[in-house]
Design a protein around this ligand. Sequence first.
Ligand SMILES: [Mn+2]
Length: 426
Amino acid sequence: MIDQSAIAKANDAAEAGLRRDYDALGEHLHRRGIDIGAIKHKVAGYGVAVPSWGVGTGGTRFARFPGPGEPRNIFDKLDDCAVIHDLTGATPSVSLHIPWDKADPADLKGKAEETGLSFDAMNSNTFQDQADQPLSYKFGSLSNADAATRQQAVEHNIECIEIGRAIGSKALTVWIGDGSNFPGQTNFTRQFERYLDAMKDVYKALPEDWRIFSEHKMYEPAFYSTVVQDWGTNYMIAKELGPKAFCLVDLGHHAPNVNIEMIVARLVQFGKLGGFHFNDSKYGDDDLDTGSIDPYRLFLVFNELVDAEMRAAEGFDPAHMLDQSHNVTDPIESLMVSAMEVQRAYASALLVDRAKLKGYQEENDALMATGTLKKAFRTDVEPILAMARLEKGAAIDPVSAFRASGYRAKVAGERPAVSGAGGGIV
Ligand SMILES: [Mn+2]
């Protein structure tokens, strides 16, 4: 998608400076007993999935302001995702959303082969009505009071599994908008029972080597109560369903100030952490770019993940995906920056001196313990990330290389302009 010689040209200009920065950081880390090459190797092997819906300009409940060259369909989206991976080397897979991305699986597979991408978790959609759908989800889907509506939602999830199976996916992520807007509107217990029964039917259709992720969200679109509202309910769901069921943590789906890294630790401890939707938030589910508001929290989440990785926690294999809405930036640029922010948090967490940290914890030395985390967080790991990219043939500076490539102008010439009328996410 991006001319390799253009990447090489931009890299040539920056390579000498990068090598000096990398060597200086390597020397600094060596004094701390850290091998920079080992960190770089881990970073190079790390990938985060891009959501297909993320490459289109997002919006709010109020409006959406599309940019030039908006993708017209899943094949355009996969082209954009390939650009992100070509330039960052950090996003080898794409997470599809059905029915938005519905297409002949053979064509999807063909496009994936052409672009060098693979497919991550499938995402079902029972939070809005489709044109050809007989029964409405206005009052819920998997937890709807009407059995035929629940059955329709179950069948949709099974269809997502079937499409995913044909294209090499290994997981289904289920997020529902079910809940209520008035006290008394629903019976909490009966509604949750209906949800669990419906999810059990979906679970039965999972292939042996698949996992199902349930994603909790505190509120919205239901504003009084939500069926899968927090990690406690999510854990109960995963326990009820069985060993192939796990909890998905979307960083934006919590109240402000909630200790998300501790939720992550709890789910790891009890073998139920399925994966992440990375993003950032200031007020609620703002779907802001990963690490744009609170990079330290992202680091603290990765601190827990690296801790689990180091002690080889049982069943620990979380899926990593981005899930954010790009309202005012070029989505390709935002996704590249976000993928690099996730990599940065991982690299920084790898620098934590865990032996020292454990010692300080045992001595109840709170100041030195927290300082040990801060020391890792404050170390600028950018030369490690950039060197990993250079060695993969990706760009030292992906955003500059993207802007210099002319890709956006090229696709704007091929893809018709989209009207900005109306609101709605994605
Ligand atoms: Mn999400």
